[in-house]
Design a protein around this ligand. Structure first.
Ligand code: ATP
Ligand code: MG
Length: 238
């Protein structure tokens, strides 16, 4: 099987400061993959490197049969690889609907804007009822949903989510993960999820990777990693 995303031994960092070293991972079509690790482990750096927002100093990235390392970020988006940054980064003084429409700016998504908007409002009914409201006045959970929905508007093949559960109540966290799983299933979108919330993230994932100090130290199926004594001790407080 050729994976949808293949990251092969990439290194990257900020200026002279190396952060990622020799990181390799894969995401298959329709697969949900979680990358978990502590604060500062390099999770956001990994997503930014894949998204083309941070150059790789070594290694290669293949997406959907083509090399994407070295491409500018907007060209990566056009190919169907979209990142939802931590906190969502909506435009606060624009309405929910205007934010969503901006997600469909690229050439192939634009003609289907109306149809995708309907679909997104069906997936996220709360956004339909708040379509005219300023994005800046949404609750934390609604804002996160709006950010994910905006990414869906671009018709991605792979969605990369940076800490979608951050700042949400336990109940809302559970709901958020359910929504992501349902979205992946119904739209046949692959998901690469980055989380400090190790338990929930591994529970919903087909496979996972554990990152420590810029390197992948463990990988396996979601259930196997959850049952791993080292993972339990380091991340689940067991
Ligand atoms: N713009 C930057 N300039 C310099 N160093 C940075 C920059 N952004 C991140 N770093 C450093 O890179 C390392 C990895 O940071 P990163 O944000 O990738 O971690 P993370 O795993 O996403 O952490 P968190 O769970 O807190 O979001 C950290 O040591 C951090 O201080
Ligand atoms: Mg981060």
């Amino acid at each position: 099987m050729s994976a949808l995303l293949t990251v092969d031994k990439i290194s990257s960092g900020y200026g002279d400061i190396p952060v990622l070293r020799d990181v390799s991972l894969q995401v298959g079509s329709n697969e949900i993959v979680s990358v978990v690790g502590a604060n500062g482990a390099g999770k956001t750096t990994l997503l930014r490197s894949i998204a083309g927002l941070l150059p790789c100093t070594r290694g290669t990235i293949q997406f959907d049969g083509r090399r994407i390392d070295g491409l500018p970020a907007h060209q990566v988006v056009v190919r169907g690889l979209v990142m939802v940054p931590e906190g969502g980064r909506l435009f606060p003084f624009m309405s929910v609907q205007e934010n969503l429409e901006l997600g469909a700016f690229n050439g192939s998504a634009r003609p289907q804007l109306q149809a995708t908007l309907e679909e997104v409002f069906n997936l996220f009914p709360i956004l339909a009822s708040r379509r005219g409201q300023l994005a800046g006045s949404l609750s934390g959970g609604e804002r996160q949903m709006c950010a994910i929905a905006r990414a869906v508007m671009s018709q991605p093949k792979l969605l990369m989510l940076d800490e979608p559960s951050l700042g949400l109540s336990p109940l809302m966290v559970e709901r958020m993960f359910e929504i992501i799983a349902a979205l992946a299933h119904s739209k046949r979108i692959a998901v690469l999820l980055v989380e400090q919330n190790v338990g929930d993230a591994l529970e919903m994932a087909h496979r996972g990777y554990v990152v420590e100090r810029g390197q992948i130290v463990k990988t396996g199926s979601g259930p196997d990693l959850l049952a791993d004594p080292e993972v339990q001790q380091a991340y689940l407080g067991l």
